[in-house]
Structures are given as C-alpha cells and as structure tokens.
Write a protein of this length. Structure first.
Lengths: 200, 202
C-alpha cells in the first residue's frame, strides 16, 4: 500500500492514495454481504444434501427459461452501467446518464420479472412454508431481490446527482461505490441462478 | 467538537446546544464511546440481575422461586444480554474512545454510521427485552437458539421471533462498527504511522 511511500518520506500527507475512504468502506461492506450470502448458500447445500429427493416428490424443478432471460438482463445492466461510469470519468455526461439510466431500467425489469415468477410459482403451489425446496428458493431470491432494490435506489440517487451535475470526472465516489455494489449484486445472481435453476 | 460548534468562522457564534441534544445527536467518537460504555455497563447490570435470579433458583433443591418457563427465559436472556449487549459492544465502546487517539485520527472514518451503530443497540435491547411481555414469554432455548428446540413446534410464542429481530439489529450495528474501525485504521493513520508502527492495541 501507500504505507511504504509514507515510511520513506515520499508522502507529505496522511495516507490518501490508493483506495479512498468511501471505496474501502464499500469493499468491506461487500465482504460482509459475501458472508451473508455464503451462509445462505451453505444452508442451501446442507438442506439439499440432507433431502431424500431434490426437488421433493410432487414439486417440479424450477423452469430455467425466464430466470435465464433475467440473468442476461442483469449482466447487460452491469455492462451498460460500467460504460456509464467510464463515460463519467472521461467527461462524457450523456454516456453516463444513458448508461446508468439503462442499468436502472434493466434492473427494474429484473425485479418485475422476479415478482412475476414469484406470483406464478405461488399459484402453482410452491410456497415458502410448504417445503424446504420452496423456503430456500424464496429466502435466497428474496434476499437477493432486496439487495437489487437497494442497489437500484443507490443507482437512482447516483443518476439524479449526476443529472444535477454533482459529479466531475475527478469526483464521483458515490457513482463508483454504487456501481461496485451493483456488480456485486449481479455476480451473486449468476451464482444463485446457477444453483437454484440450472444445477439439477 | 463542542467548541468548534460554538465558534465557527463561517457561521459566527452559536448558542451552545442543550447538553441532552448534544449527546443524543453527537457524532464525536469520544462521546459515542462513552455512551457505548454506559449502555453496555447498564446491560451488564441487567444481565447480572437475571443471573442472580437463575442462581437463586438453584440455591437449594426443589426451590420454586420461578416457574420452569420463567427459568428458561431468564437464563436465555441472561446469556443473550451478556453476549450480545455487553461483551460484543463493550469492545466497540473502548475502541471508539481510544482507537482514533492511538492512530492520530481526528474521528472515526464514518462518524454518522458510528452514531447509528450506537443507537441500534438500545433499539435492539428494547426489542429483545420487550419479548418478556408477549404471549409465551421471551426466547427460552438458550442463547444459541438451536432448532428444532427454538422452532415453532416447541416454542410457539413470539419471544424467539423478537429475539431473532434483536440479534439481527445488533448484527447490523456491529458490522457497521467493524467496517468503521477497519476503514479508520486503513485510511486515517497519522503521517509516518505504517501498519507495523501502529500501537500494539490497535
């Protein structure tokens, strides 16, 4: 880190290079979130390993189709959001507004698709209280959905502040931090999709 | 911090705030640290009283000081109080007071998250202790709350639910506090203080 530079007398100020204070906080917060989802994944595999049949008798495997489409949407939102941040850093404000705006729209569609799938599954009789198959599914996708909503709120605030010209190519900590969080939410979903829908 | 608030070059001279408002809204690490210690020591006393009841029940055989259910509630809440409301936050109290001083920082990295972490603790304590007054009494499966004993089948009351809610809030509080301490130590050390030159207690 920069500690070496300080030790050798190159830096006149307290440690300010490297990761900024805000990003360090976000990275550590994401670490705590990784632990949270790690617990959920561990619980899922434990329950699944203990079960006689997975999915249990009378419950059919989740359809991977809609989930796959939503996965693509979320990955796409990560890419356009990143393009938006690159735009902001290079002074291209239009690219920022379009990129982050598109990321917000795609994330909202994701949440809508998720809600649609939840209601469909509940009508088919897959409930959180009926089987462990249902409860693991709803708790994991529900936790993830709550994180997506939190990420969307952060991105919406970042977009609004950008619209108000609150950020410059040099000062955009909030955009960086919320986009990092958004990428984290994307990555978690890829793993969730892989084990909940695809892994048979 | 208080003197800064009184004489500020930009805003002129302010009237000093009422001490209660000042303490309730402060983001100063020393005041927050002191309040951490006050809260946790108060909870230690509460936990101690619960332990006293438990031990009094056990003082001689066939004692009927408390009922079986109450006994389970008291030892569960005694352990939960001592662990989640005393041992875990008391370290944050000392750390809040001394860590910025030891590394030469002017405050914690996120003073407002620091205040949030502090004030979540009495909220969580209120939720946990309020479970004594709901139907079925407070949590009574021991502080580990292992299922199936803590599950709905064996403890149908809402005490366990309130207990879980309280512990979750305390978890948010200590995650916030932990991030705060780590970021403070990583980014706010005094010039020349490398990681290896830090005081040994940081």
């Amino acid at each position: 880190m920069t500690a070496d530079a300080v030790a050798h007398g190159h830096a006149a100020h307290p440690v300010e290079e490297g990761m900024s204070r805000g990003m360090a906080g976000m990275v550590l917060f994401i670490c705590s979130e990784v632990m949270l989802f790690g617990c959920l994944f561990a619980g899922y595999f434990y329950v699944r390993n203990q079960a006689d049949a997975w999915p249990p008798a009378g419950v059919h495997q989740l359809e991977a189709g809609l989930g796959g489409l939503l996965t693509l949407l979320l990955i796409l939102s990560g890419i356009v959001g990143h393009a938006g941040v690159v735009g902001l850093k290079s002074g291209n404000r239009t690219l920022f507004l379009v990129g982050v705006g598109l990321a917000i729209v795609l994330g909202t569609i994701f949440i809508g698709g998720q809600a649609y799938e939840w209601f469909n599954l509940m009508e088919e009789g897959l409930n959180a209280g009926s089987t462990t198959y249902g409860s693991t599914f709803y708790i994991m996708t529900g936790f993830h959905g709550a994180h997506v909503i939190a990420g969307l709120l952060m991105l919406a605030l970042a977009w609004t502040r950008g619209y108000w010209k609150d950020f410059t190519p040099a000062r955009h900590l909030f955009v960086d931090a919320s986009m990092l969080y958004w990428h984290f939410v994307d990555v978690v979903w890829v793993f969730l999709y892989a084990i909940l829908y695809v892994l048979v | 911090m208080a003197t800064e608030a009184i004489v500020s070059p930009h805003h002129g001279v302010h009237a000093e705030r009422h001490w209660l408002i000042e303490w309730l809204t402060t983001t100063d690490h020393k005041k927050i640290g002191m309040m951490y210690l006050m809260f946790t020591i108060a909870f230690m006393v509460v936990g101690g009283i619960l332990a006293l009841i438990v031990r009094s029940q056990l003082a001689w055989s066939n004692n009927d000081l408390v009922s079986q259910e109450k006994y389970n509630q008291f030892f569960t809440m005694h352990a939960s109080t001592m662990l989640f409301l005393f041992i875990i936050p008391v370290g944050a109290g000392f750390g809040n007071y001394v860590l910025p001083l030891m590394i030469g920082a002017k405050d914690m990295a996120y003073p407002r998250i620091n205040a949030l972490s502090l004030w979540l603790i009495p909220l969580a304590a209120f939720i946990m202790f309020s479970s004594f007054f709901v139907e079925g009494g407070s949590a009574q499966a021991g502080w580990t709350e292992y299922p199936p004993l803590s599950s709905k089948t064996f403890l149908p009351g809402h005490g366990t639910d309130l207990w879980i809610l309280g512990v979750q809030i305390l978890g948010i509080s200590s995650v916030g506090g932990g991030i705060n301490f780590l970021v403070t130590t990583m980014t706010m050390r005094a010039p020349g203080m490398t990681l290896a030159r830090m005081p040994i207690f940081v």
